[in-house]
Design a protein around this ligand. Sequence first.
Ligand SMILES: N[C@@H](CCC(=O)N[C@@H](CS)C(=O)NCC(=O)O)C(=O)O
Length: 279
Amino acid sequence: MLSRFIFVGRAFGCFFSAFWLIANSRFPDSDFQPQLSHKGYTITMTDLSTFPITKKWPAEHPDRIQLYSLPTPNGVKVSIMLEETGLPYEPHLVRFDTNDQMSAEFLSLNPNNKIPAIIDPNGPDGKPLPLFESGAILIYLADKTGKLIPQDAAGRYEAIQWVMFQMGGIGPMFGQVGFFHKFAGKEYEDKRPRDRYIAESKRLLAVLDQQLEGRDWILGDTYSIADIATFPWVRNLIGFYEAGDLVGIDDFSNVKRVLAAFVARPAVVKGLDIPKRPA
Ligand SMILES: N[C@@H](CCC(=O)N[C@@H](CS)C(=O)NCC(=O)O)C(=O)O
């Protein structure tokens, strides 16, 4: 892990602002080319104005990671990760009630009209990196900081495997349970789609429960991005979707135990409420 000092300044114009950002990065030096050097420090010119999203959501702190999100189970994965790692960031609220995610500015960052998305002003090669898809963002932030992902190759792939398990299984299936049990789909007379997603969600919970047997976290002793990807969805299934009884959550005691440990973490408590929803 490498500690980096980055001097951010504005060389021209009426304003001259400078501040230090300490970031932990495991990227090799060659990946982060200094644009200028100043008394031995790396200087990064932080100008995010070329990103159209900053017209709708101006960056007050363009040196910080810009987070475009809403506290949904996918959104909070990234705010929790940012809180856990301590990376400086600036959250921006993307409102679904005003269809912000369909605006031209948002689509310029994520053409798939979904939160979360980020811009890291200090990405690989010292250039800004725009990124969407919560799983990709978790892996990126873990690599950037060297935190919450095992550093050995086998452990790293195991973490990614469980992140993919969430992205491809738990997220989409639990989401469908929400639609057919709580939202518009609950009016459908034909209950077969609902029952199919409940059965699949039970199966996935059983896989997760088995993995957690005798373990503190999905990877064992080590809390990781696999847990950050997964447990916001389990919490949502039981809480917001009110589907705990439907999926027989009491049969999955390991899942319940680890969920309780997850929601007790201070970074999780904070991240679950970021960005703040409108009052
Ligand atoms: N696979 C995506 C899914 C993101 C996603 O489904 N986000 C939802 C909120 S949890 C969203 O933005 N929905 C808005 C819409 O569909 O218009 C990810 O993990 O980032």
